[in-house]
Design a protein around this ligand. Structure first.
Ligand code: ADP
Ligand code: MG
Length: 253
């Protein structure tokens, strides 16, 4: 019954994805037909020069933006009463898209985007506060607090629960942001240059944390321009001229 698990199963795909920006009435094609798939449980690195469209692609995959042409597809596993299926997710109505985004994706960014007036514990719980009604949050507050504490412990930040972002190092801020991205138990983590503001040792520590989360089953897509970090991924995709090229990770290593 678990036989199929030994074969790669697609998790998220893009089909002929195109994204064009309008700047002073000039059309700038950024993505010109990107075809890519990340497999379930895979650690995929996306590399490419600055301005090649890495962030644009990540935003499209995570439903933060919509393509002009093409599709984003989520592959849903079979359950007892439903076969596996591939769902087009880029064109859903806004409320469905928001709900799906919150359930499926976690995001981390180069600049952390923590709320400065909240403690680590509050920052990590903030997606739940936003998602639930006041009453719903209040009813579940003990469970949510326990869940947040467990995840904060998982990222190695238990000693900083009551600290605010200004009292943390860069590596600690990114750990807090990772904990926040995990609070809704996402299937796929989208990381946009997560080590871009960190010194190389701290960057390696964050990479080890992401790799251990991936080893526990999280699918990870990480944009980076650090070739050494990219080489630690299962697979590397390079964006150039609006298209994607699949590179074996050994090639870059
Ligand atoms: P990368 O992350 O690889 O550095 P981006 O995806 O951020 O690249 O940007 C790709 C190109 O699209 C750049 O030329 C950038 O200026 C342009 N771009 C990105 N976002 C916007 C936007 N909201 N409006 C106009 N142009 C944009
Ligand atoms: Mg970028």
């Amino acid at each position: 019954m678990t036989d199929h698990l030994s074969f790669p199963q697609p998790h998220l795909s893009t089909v002929a994805l195109e994204r064009t920006y309008l700047k002073a009435q000039v059309r700038i094609p950024v993505l010109r037909g990107v075809e890519m798939t990340v497999n379930r449980g895979e650690f995929l690195a996306i590399v490419g020069q600055s301005g090649s469209g890495k962030s644009t692609l990540l935003h499209l995959m995570g439903l933060l933006d919509q393509p002009n042409i093409g599709e984003v597809r989520l592959h849903v596993e079979a359950t007892d009463d439903r076969p596996a299926e591939s769902l087009r997710i880029d064109n859903l109505p806004p409320a469905t898209r928001d709900a799906l985004r919150n359930r499926v994706f976690g995001f981390i960014f180069q600049a952390y985007h923590l709320l400065p007036e909240l403690t680590v514990l509050e920052n990590v719980q903030s997606p739940l506060m936003i998602r639930e009604s006041v009453l719903g949050y209040w009813k579940n507050r003990r469970e949510y607090r326990d869940r947040a504490c467990e995840i904060i412990d998982r990222v190695g930040l238990s000693h900083r629960l009551k600290h605010r972002p200004s009292e943390l190092s860069g590596g600690e801020m990114q750990r807090a942001a990772i904990a926040r991205s995990l609070i809704s138990r996402p299937e796929i983590l989208l990381a946009d240059e997560p080590t871009g503001n960190l010194d190389s040792q701290t960057g390696r520590d964050i990479m080890s944390l992401l790799k251990s989360l991936n080893a526990e089953g999280l699918t990870v897509i990480m944009v980076t321009h650090d070739d050494n970090l990219a080489a630690q991924a299962d697979r590397i995709i390079r964006l150039a001229n609006g298209r994607s090229v699949d590179l074996a990770s050994e090639v870059a290593a």
